[in-house]
Design a protein around this ligand. Structure first.
Ligand code: ADP
Ligand code: MG
Length: 254
């Protein structure tokens, strides 16, 4: 059974893209067939997989604007085992405006992904906003994975985030669930990080993943080589954590 998960938090810099790339790579190494959908005009998950996003013939923009093109034309292979991607680039930034007068504009992605049933997981990278691209991702997903950075303002904006999820659940996608809340960039030497974990657990209760992603410089370096952490440094703390997260997700979905 295919499972579609969107990685969503309207805050930037919380670890969405890092999670999309490395969770997908980890699932691929566990013999799961994964399709990454990059929905951020910045295209960071595309470049994180070493995709030269500006020279490709097609990208996710076509999915929203050019509905005569079969989705198979938009899918590219990555160097990561079992991971394909629908890449993005800055062309996508105009989409919010271009779709204003389109009927059912919240469900375009959902309809397009109906033809992608051969994958075990579809993992979507959302832009840092609550606009039409994120709404499309939430509408097309079975569940949402929420990364939260362990820092002072961790829970700022969270009520808005939860409200958006509930709104989509009510009106567009009744089956939408929370896959889990992922604490990212955790620094165990820092009391604040420990406090944030407690605070997040108080708020989200049993929805918080057991796996916590540590702050690890190797995770920040890998994208500039266009590699997942497993190709860049498979023994790093970051690689170990994302492998554990993949295991936890597979187990939760059995
Ligand atoms: P988002 O997609 O939510 O904007 P990113 O995944 O791009 O967030 O992460 C923001 C920045 O933090 C990036 O430079 C990334 O390399 C870095 N980063 C993300 N996770 C970690 C981590 N666990 N340890 C160290 N750096 C990280
Ligand atoms: Mg990002």
């Amino acid at each position: 059974m295919m499972k579609a998960i969107c990685v969503f938090n309207q805050k930037g810099g919380v670890g969405k893209t890092t999670t999309v790339v490395n969770l997908s790579a980890a699932l691929g190494l566990k013999k799961k067939k994964v399709l990454v959908v990059d929905l951020d005009p910045q295209g960071n998950s595309s470049s994180g997989f070493g995709i030269d996003k500006n020279t490709l013939e097609h990208n996710v923009y076509d999915l929203f604007i050019n509905d005569t093109l079969p989705i198979s034309e938009l899918i590219y292979k990555t160097e990561s085992k079992n991971v394909d991607i629908i890449p993005s680039n800055t062309a996508l930034s105009g989409v919010e405006v271009e779709l204003i007068n389109i009927a059912d504009r919240e469900s375009i992605l959902k309809k397009a992904l109906r033809d992608c049933k051969d994958y075990d997981y579809i993992i979507m990278d959302c832009p840092p906003s609550l606009g039409i691209l994120s709404i499309n991702a939430l509408t097309a997903s079975d569940s949402v994975l929420i990364p939260i950075q362990s820092e002072y303002y961790a829970l700022e904006g969270v009520s808005q985030l939860v409200e958006t999820i509930n709104l989509v659940k009510k009106s567009l996608n009744k089956k939408l669930e929370v896959e889990g809340v992922l604490i990212s960039m955790f620094d165990g030497r820092n009391n604040l990080s420990l406090e944030v974990v407690e605070e997040v657990k108080k708020y989200f209760k049993n929805k918080v993943f057991k796996t916590i992603i540590p702050r690890n410089v190797r995770l920040a370096e890998a994208p500039s080589y266009g590699e997942s952490i497993f190709d860049y440094d498979e023994k790093s703390k970051g690689a170990i954590a994302y492998e554990k997260l993949a295991k936890e997700i597979i187990k939760n979905n059995k």
